[in-house]
Every structure is written in structure tokens, then in C-alpha cells.
Design a protein around this ligand. Sequence first.
Ligand SMILES: NC(=O)c1ccc[n+]([C@@H]2O[C@H](COP(=O)([O-])OP(=O)(O)OC[C@H]3O[C@@H](n4cnc5c(N)ncnc54)[C@H](OP(=O)(O)O)[C@@H]3O)[C@@H](O)[C@H]2O)c1
Length: 206
Amino acid sequence: MAGKVFFSVSMSLDGFIAPESPKDLMGPQWMELQQWIFPTRFMRENLKLGEGGEEGRDNDIVRETHLRTGASVMGKRMFDAGEHAWPEEAPFHTPVFVVTHEKRDPWERPGGTTFHFVNDGIQAALDQAREAAGDRDVRIAGGGATILEYLNAGLIDEFSIALSPVLFGSGIRLFEGVDAGRVALEPVRAEPTQRVTHLTYAVLER
Ligand SMILES: NC(=O)c1ccc[n+]([C@@H]2O[C@H](COP(=O)([O-])OP(=O)(O)OC[C@H]3O[C@@H](n4cnc5c(N)ncnc54)[C@H](OP(=O)(O)O)[C@@H]3O)[C@@H](O)[C@H]2O)c1
């Protein structure tokens, strides 16, 4: 049975998922946006940040999200931001399909992550990701532009947002340009923790 197509991101209370410029990644607002995820035991292990870390519901959610994912799709800007920031053992441990205009050979990392560069659009990338994922789900990892393409094309089944108590004021807005006439949402779950509110929605066609 084919899995779901989903995305799962951290979003500021005013709707942004990243600063406009990659050079501001790691700035104070970005760290506040991600402050629920970096201290978790799972993420510390996965990003090779060291042993230890917090257990509890945030940690469980990060681990469950990772385990359900059989393949990921991402945009080239997210890849560019991660290429030098991820550890050598990139944190996906599955195939990753990068939607891009750039032609490049697959880039295999130790630990099971291979980045494949797909030049013929979002549907082709998703088809390859579904094939690679088998029974597991496909995660549209980001960033905002790529998630929106999939959402507007009616290709997302479900998404989760970790709503962080931080205001960006400007940056990459997750739902900028959404086809609101097409996308309807059904609440699945809302779960506050000490650090963020986890919101999950099923996507329906209007
Ligand atoms: N808050 C979170 O949880 C979260 C999660 C993920 C990412 N992010 C952040 O999001 C930011 C990146 O997001 P973004 O919206 O700027 O960019 P993006 O979606 O990562 O990448 C957009 C780029 O991907 C390529 N692309 C997308 N669709 C394509 C298509 N149909 N055909 C060919 N190429 C296509 C194009 O690059 P080329 O033309 O150069 O190939 C395009 O400029 C990063 O800063 C990242 O850290 C945040």
C-alpha cells in the first residue's frame, strides 16, 4: 500500500519558516524557531551534536516523523543551505530527491542518504520518491517554495506544523501564494508541549 505525502515544518507565530537570506540561518530568530527540536535526544544523535538530550513528547514526534519517512523531496535552496551544514552522515538515511534546474550526479553520503537531482519537475520527483519509499511515507522536506508547489498541485495528503513562540516580521512565508480556492483543511490533531504547539491537518480538495 502506498504511503502518504506529507510535510512537517517549524513555523513562527506570524507564518514564516525561514529568514529571507540563508546567511541569517542560525541567527537568533532561527534558533528560537527551532528551539524545540535541537535539544531533543533524537535530533542531537541524528545531527551528531553529541550524546544526551531531552526525551518526552517533542522527542517522540521528531523520531516518529523520521521513522515514517521512506524518502524525502526538497527544493534546491533547502539543499544548498544544508549541503555544508549537515554532518557527513546526512540526517535523512533514505533517498532524497532534490527538485532543481541544476544537473548533477547523485551524491551518496555515508549512512544511507543519497541525494538525487531531478530536473523534470515536482511530479517526477514525487514519483521517484514514492517508488523509493515503498510502504512508508514521502516527506516534502521544504523549503517554502517547494512545499507550496506540491500543496497547490493537490499532491499533499497531510501536514504538521510546530508553531513556535517567535515572531519573524519578514522572511519566507509558508503559505504565500497558496491556492486557497483549492485547498481545504481538516484538523487531525493539536498538541501543545512546553516549547511549541504541534498542529496536524489533512488536506482536502474544495
Ligand atoms: N522551518 C522549517 O521547518 C524549514 C524546513 C525546511 C526548509 N526550511 C528553510 O527553507 C529555506 C528554503 O526555502 P525556499 O522556499 O527559499 O526554497 P526551496 O523550496 O528549498 O527551493 C526552491 C528552489 O528549488 C528549485 N525548484 C523548485 N521547484 C522546482 C521545479 N518545479 N523545477 C525546477 N527547480 C525547482 C529552484 O532552484 P534552482 O532553479 O536553483 O534549481 C528553486 O529556486 C531554507 O532557508 C531552509 O532552511 C525551513
